[in-house]
Write a new protein. Structure first.
Length: 292
């Protein structure tokens, strides 16, 4: 029984045993890490550039602005669609590169296609890890740069950072004491948090919060009651918008990663077919190449 051999410059040739094609400089192993690393780096670089562009035009996944919670669900969905497009495009590029430049094998066509697709999947996995590390490093750098070691007031231990602006508004007053009261802020934040779900704030907790605001700001009980009601209502609205945006972005990110894995697999298989059939991608531009 004859087996097929994939020559370096053309289609399969019958008559040789299974095994690696002796491509000059090609690695004789099942996994060719050079093309995988090259494809992953290309995919991560393209994705980073496109996501940076998106953040410039306002399609960032998250924003450091204190009013980022006012973003609409439509904007979050548009950002998710952009993530999907970036994932498919960048992973397809990386997968095609890995499949195109890796050494071929003399074995069944289905086995060659599977190995090409596997290299595309490895490109996807490595690019995801690189992207996660890059995102973590960028977030850490931005957080360090935006929060220098100064005497600026920071949220107290136990205070919900999510409600920092609402707590500021709750205790805002010209008659407020000069010394901050972290315990009061923390307690008020925890009380407000109990009313952000389906249940309202308990009556005794609400009465206590009104008295606390009245004592800290000098407002009469009626004005303190109105302020508490306004802050709680705004907090609930902001929480709903935040939750909706988080769900949309989370779902679209997961869908983008899944679609990116499929794109990398099929693009690597296509790259492998072009490699074995000696099909060059249409990269020629007028003026780049001239006849001798």
């Amino acid at each position: 029984m004859q087996s097929s051999v994939v020559s370096p410059g053309g289609p399969a040739v019958a008559g040789s045993a299974d095994g690696p094609v002796p491509t000059p400089g090609g690695p004789l192993s099942y996994i060719h890490w050079g093309p995988v690393v090259a494809g992953a780096l290309a995919a991560a670089a393209v994705a980073f550039v496109l996501m940076t562009f998106a953040s410039v035009v306002g399609l960032a996944v998250a924003s450091p602005s204190p009013t980022w919670r006012d973003a609409s669900a439509a904007l979050a969905l548009l950002s998710g669609v952009w993530i999907l497009v970036v994932a498919i495009g960048s992973f397809a590029l990386g997968g095609y590169l890995a499949g195109r430049v890796r050494s071929s094998w003399a074995t069944a066509p289905d086995e060659i296609e599977f190995r090409d697709g596997s290299h595309g999947l490895l490109v996807w996995a490595l690019a995801v890890v690189l992207g996660a590390l890059l995102a973590w490093a960028t977030t850490t750098t931005v957080s360090t740069a935006s929060n220098p070691n100064t005497t600026a007031q920071r949220p107290a231990a136990g205070e919900p950072a999510f409600l920092a602006h609402e707590i500021d508004r709750l205790f805002r007053s010209e008659q407020r004491p000069q010394t901050p009261d972290p315990q009061a802020r923390t307690e008020a934040g925890r009380i407000i948090m109990t009313g952000l779900g389906r249940r309202e704030i308990a009556a005794d907790d609400r009465s206590y919060l009104v008295r606390l605001v009245s004592a800290r700001t000098g407002l009469n009980p009626a004005d303190a009651e109105r302020r508490v009601g306004q802050v709680v209502a705004e907090s609930r609205q902001a929480n709903r918008r935040t939750r909706t945006s988080a769900i949309i972005i989370g779902f679209m990110t997961a869908a983008s990663l899944a679609a990116g894995a499929a794109a990398a697999w099929f693009a690597a298989c296509m790259g492998g077919q072009h490699r074995d059939q000696a099909i060059s991608p249409p990269l020629r531009v007028t003026g780049w190449r001239r006849a001798a």
